[in-house]
Design a protein around this ligand. Structure first.
Ligand SMILES: [Zn+2]
Length: 121
């Protein structure tokens, strides 16, 4: 009886500690100027790894902070190219050249390339 209660609370604690770790790593990634480059890069790797280990998604505002493919920190200068194409933000990782398209909503909402367009999220 007490065993079961203990297991439940520890599971909750694990999720809380995972979210706590995520927040600390996100804070490092948000302020890349205040840390050495190696620290920022390893924070990106650890954020990807701990998020998977704890089965947590990345918070919405932290999704663009790292490359989902090569886990490099995108908050460092010169790591990512962002272009707007057909109403979508197209983010190209300059380390592994993977492409991520964000925003724009469903396909029939997207503007045609000749009209230009801005991101509507
Ligand atoms: Zn990459």
């Amino acid at each position: 009886m007490s065993r079961r209660r203990k297991a439940r609370s520890s599971r909750k604690n694990r999720q809380a500690s995972g979210e706590n770790a995520q927040q600390q790593l996100i804070n490092i990634l948000r302020q890349p100027n205040q840390h050495p480059m190696a620290v920022v890069d390893s924070a990106a790797v650890h954020l990807a790894k701990t998020s998977r280990r704890h089965r947590l998604g990345l918070p919405r505002d932290a999704k663009s902070l790292l490359c989902r493919k090569c886990w490099s920190a995108h908050s460092l200068p010169g790591r990512v190219r962002v272009r707007v194409h057909a109403g979508q933000a197209v983010m190209t990782c300059l380390v592994c050249h993977s492409i991520r398209r964000v925003g724009g909503g469903p396909k029939h909402h997207r503007t045609q390339p000749e009209n230009g367009g801005d991101i509507n999220e």
